[in-house]
Ligand binder design. Sequence first.
Ligand code: ATP
Ligand code: MG
Length: 765
Amino acid sequence: MQHALTPTQSDFEPNMLSGLNPAQRSAVEAVNGPVLVLAGAGTGKTRVLTTRLAAILLNGLASPFQIMAVTFTNKAARELQERVSALVGRPTEGWFLGTFHSLCTRILRKHAERVGLKQNFTILDTDDQLRLIKQILEAENVDTKRTPARAVLAVIERWKDRGYTPDKVPATEVTQSGLYLKVYQIYQERLRTLNACDFGDLLLYNLVLLQNNLDLLQEYQHRFRYILVDEYQDTNVVQYLWLRLLMLTPDGQARNICCVGDEDQSIYGWRGAEIGNILRFEQDFPGAKIIRLEENYRSTGHILGAASALIAHNRDRLGKTLWTTASEGDRVRVQSLWDGESEARFVGDEVESFQRRGMSLNHMAVLVRAGFQTREFEERFLKIGVPYRVIGGPRFYERQEIRDAIAYLRIILVPEDDLAFERIINVPKRGLGPATMQQITTHARVNKIGMLEAVRQLLNTDAFKPKMRTTLQTFIRLYDMWCAQLQDLPHTDLTERVLEESGYIAMWQAEKTPDAPTRLENLKELISAMSEFDNLQSFMEHVSLVMEKTSSAEQEQVTLMTLHAAKGLEFDLVFLPGWEEEIFPSRRSLEENGMKGLEEERRLAYVGITRARKHAIISNVANRLVYGSWTNAIPSRFISELPAQHIETHAEAGMFGTMNRASFNSRGTSAAPAEFAQSSVMSSSFGKSHYPARPKTSFIEGRAERIEDEPTYKFRKGDRVFHQKFGYGTIELMDGPKIEVTFDMGDTKKIMAEFVVPESLAGEF
Ligand code: ATP
Ligand code: MG
């Protein structure tokens, strides 16, 4: 059977080797012993890896089942499989090409009993993990408010990332009088009883398998005659230790391995990846051949120049030169815009214009720093009918927390909306079991009323048990209050209230899964999205329109994804929006990891620019709607690190130099001084905001307090004024507290006079 799958001579891509440069070729041909290809983006590392695999097969050195090739993300694994398949002229199903996790799952299933599991073990998701840890903590009489399950899980995961089974956790790591370690022990035992393991175990158990079973170690060492690792810079300790066992012979000789990577693209430090693994390669594998590739085949000259200059600002690197014979091409475009809406409009227009000029949507990508940023682009693409896909997650309005929030709003607008009722009545958990739900459903059906009304009626009887009765009474009381506020409160405020008072925000805050902060960010983004509409009804109409439009998978589509997910990929045209301080570099990253965090952010920026083959378009806005309030955004320091000769800067018509642009230059001096990393730009700019500020709430942190001593200006028809979002304009009409202004950007708007300042004061923003 193996032979039938092994490609024959005629299957191979004929020019596979002749298309390589000498350095690449030497990496492909040096099949014996350890090889490290340490080279910059787009120099053909992945191409070397795939060609090497094909060459091993072509020369009959091994069968497909004796080669292991491993990479990080599922998308990168698919790409690897496709490239290999193209070279060898057949599908690669069943071969050992995949992510660490997929390969380790396969191996573990074969030998599960050796680690105390059965072959059909289940893999727990984060929710299950947390539930289990919480149970253990409660059984140990630990107050889970003070020691949340999530905190314990984070420590356990870190131990797993570093290859520590409970008996191997070093004494220096054991704090909290041994509590965490004890929970770890019990947790592992419980998992075994459940015939389950978690994500971290997939690797950890593989390590244990090889460490404790000499026969298996020898079997796999013998089996995998060739090992290939892509993106080696992002391996964490447990992956590294596992690979090392497979790679070294008992007497410490390195076997046939080839690792490729780029220390400048190490972007998973926050998940335990150790950049040191790649830098230590020569010591680890004696006799290693280090091959450097310097020719970049992916990008045109200006793109490469801009990326190289940017990454040169990092101190923690080996340093390398990259060159290309490609033409200079277009300069990297740096586009400054008014606000997020105009940024999305700009990107949409560019997409259409490139498409008109013959570029396929499949070759375009929008790469963002954080998941919530896709929202504005999604809405724009839907509006203008550009098909798109979001890689690594659902579309914005399909995300669980957004659907939940919207369900709350739906039932406020339409009390009979039973689908919404069912979605939210027990989210957060209110203790409604199936029996109670059945009671409500039956009463609703029999009386032909909505479920909410059914609850009301049942509350007038003694149908519910006392505890449930109190719970439902409280819910109805809250609900009635929200409905009463529908007319009086701005819809954004109402939504905040609903999310707070229902306990929904608290649920995510307490949940503290790794994705919980992202979900909270998305909810804040939802508030921003709403604030662009006059009222709840018009927003909800918008949502239902947005939800209706989906595009089929076969269609050409623009790709939207995070920078992390884009590693290893390439596109003709890459948009890099939101290059503003706080967003990118991300504030959280700087706060938590200081200089190290900044350097990792910069590597991420480098990854972003180097995804582009022909066109890279970076954008930043002057006014960002953050959690429903306007902030003056400062261009990312990374923009100022791009050398003038490789970029062209543009500002949207109507933008004036007085705004943040003062801090923006392209000559290589720092636009945003380092202090910004520490100080909260957001609150300082909030302080001057002339937008209606609403009181601070716990969920919307960093929101402005209302400035009571705001001066009011006496305006007259014909006065020149400045508005933070719309820019400069002339007053056409006075109407009580309102004025009508024709803005220089073209629109005439009726707005509250307190939102503008005299033109002469605009620079104070
Ligand atoms: P990254 O660091 O982003 O993962 P990489 O070093 O893995 O990049 P590849 O993706 O292998 O680079 O190659 C980048 C592009 O250059 C691909 O389109 C690849 O096909 C092309 N390429 C690589 N080597 C050559 C070559 N010798 N001749 C022509 N094109 C090449
Ligand atoms: Mg690659």
